[in-house]
Design a protein around this ligand. Structure first.
Ligand code: ADP
Ligand code: MG
Length: 416
């Protein structure tokens, strides 16, 4: 257990980190944006040439120099690529804003383009597909229970909270623990009342009588003191009501789903089956989750990872798109370009849909901006558009791009 002194506040807080990461998102360039930049670089000299040609051509065809100059100016005015310049950043900004109104923080504009390419979604089990709200169902640990609670008091895992609450409710005094080491994805160990206590899954605790297969969708943790097996604790968790819906919607979109968990094979298999996932990996450590993702990336797949805990951070960072769920700890916020502030799995589908619509809007914006410029220039060269009207048309083209981008805020519901 830690006694904490705050040495940095304000600017270093989680909230301001979130604000910062959103600011970074707005300033990062999406690849589409660089396309627009390249086109603009070519566009401006071309317009100057066209304007010069309009002036020269006017004189050539015997027009008054003043009238020719008006045409040249009208070309310059109408061709001003404002709409072109704002077409992409505006759509991206609107998309980041629209996402945030749904409790989804996007800290990298690139994700809007990457979602379209995702082939595989990797899902963490505990706390992501399940609620991570454990109920203690049964236990065979007797006199060692306070020792177990002493260790679990030092852990932030949802399993730990449930065990501590249970022991407190029994009215048993909980001793102090020392030299505590947390093994993410496995369990926890330390010294309590002079004994070396270990609590966790099969990979951590020496073998003893197990109850594998007895409970389904139940997590079982084991306890040992000084290398001697002392019993099991069975904990029930619930699958999130929207988990199966998410998996089936992803499948309908041709996206595979893979469940990864540090929990037992039996339990992971049963959750994977219940939500309808394509495959699963059980008893994987945090680094293992990242490794599985890299393997799939090597096979040419674009992978999104959805996870909730510190044990998912390496995987969130390894994935092409990391989506962190809920709690929003500093680490997960930094590792994942997408954060769902509320643990709402439907948010994943919403951000998929929003990304698709954002790319659509970007393409429409670019098309209309080009269209306005080209049509306007033709009119200007032929003298049908004077500079004043050209200025008006310019504003209209920018307004149309703004209006189109703001459509991303529409509260369109995702069908489930
Ligand atoms: P997931 O990968 O499904 O999110 P975790 O990586 O959080 O699951 O945990 C994997 C397994 O490690 C748990 O099912 C449990 O058996 C064990 N474990 C992790 N933390 C603890 C803890 N504090 N106490 C006991 N067991 C733990
Ligand atoms: Mg988890």
């Amino acid at each position: 257990m830690l006694t904490i002194r705050a040495t940095r506040v304000g600017g270093a807080s989680t909230l301001s980190q979130i604000v910062q990461s959103v600011e970074v998102a707005l300033s990062t360039k999406a690849p589409v944006e660089s396309v627009a930049d390249r086109v603009s670089r070519w566009f401006v000299p071309a317009v100057i040439v066209v304007s010069a040609v309009a002036f020269g051509g006017g004189i050539w065809f015997g027009l008054h120099p003043g009238a020719s100059l008006m045409r040249a100016i009208a070309v310059l005015v109408i061709a001003c690529p404002c709409a072109l310049g704002i077409a992409t950043p505006l759509a991206i900004t609107a998309a980041v804003g629209a996402a945030s109104t749904r409790g989804i923080l996007v800290s990298n504009a690139r994700v809007f383009e990457q979602f379209r390419k995702v082939d595989l979604v990797v899902l963490d089990k505990t706390g992501t597909l399940t609620e991570g709200n454990f109920q203690l169902l049964a236990t065979s640990v007797d006199t060692a229970l306070p020792l177990v609670a002493a260790l679990e008091r030092c852990s932030g895992h949802p399993i730990a909270r449930t065990i501590v609450r249970h022991v407190e409710e029994l009215g048993l005094p909980i001793p102090e623990a020392h030299d505590v080491v947390v093994h993410p994805g496995q369990g926890i160990e330390g010294v309590v009342e002079g004994g070396r206590v270990v609590v966790g899954n099969r990979t951590l605790v020496p073998p003893g009588s197990t109850i594998e297969g007895a409970f389904h969708t139940t997590t079982v943790v084991y306890a040992a003191v000084d290398g001697v097996f002392r019993g099991w604790i069975a904990l029930g968790d619930r699958i999130r009501p929207d988990a199966a819906g998410l998996v089936s919607m992803l499948r309908a979109g041709g996206i595979e789903t893979l469940v990864v968990s540090g929990d037992s094979r039996e339990n992971t298999a049963s959750v994977a089956r219940d939500v309808g996932a394509t495959a699963f990996f059980a008893e994987v450590l945090p680094a293992g989750k990242a490794e599985i993702i890299r393997e799939h990336q090597k096979a040419g797949k674009v992978v999104a990872m959805i996870g909730d805990g510190v044990n998912d951070v390496p995987a969130l960072a390894a994935a092409d798109i990391g989506i962190a769920l809920g709690h929003g700890t500093d680490l997960t916020i930094q590792a994942a370009p997408v954060v769902l502030m509320a643990p709402r799995l439907a948010g994943v589908l919403e951000i998929f849909t929003l990304s698709r619509r954002t790319l659509q809007v970007v393409r429409q914006n670019l098309f209309w901006a080009f269209f306005y410029n080209c049509a306007g220039m033709t009119l200007a060269i032929t003298g049908l558009l004077n500079p004043i009207l050209a200025a008006g048309a310019m504003v209209l083209s920018s307004l149309s791009v703004i209006g189109n981008s703001l459509r991303l805020y529409e509260n369109r519901r995702v069908q489930s």
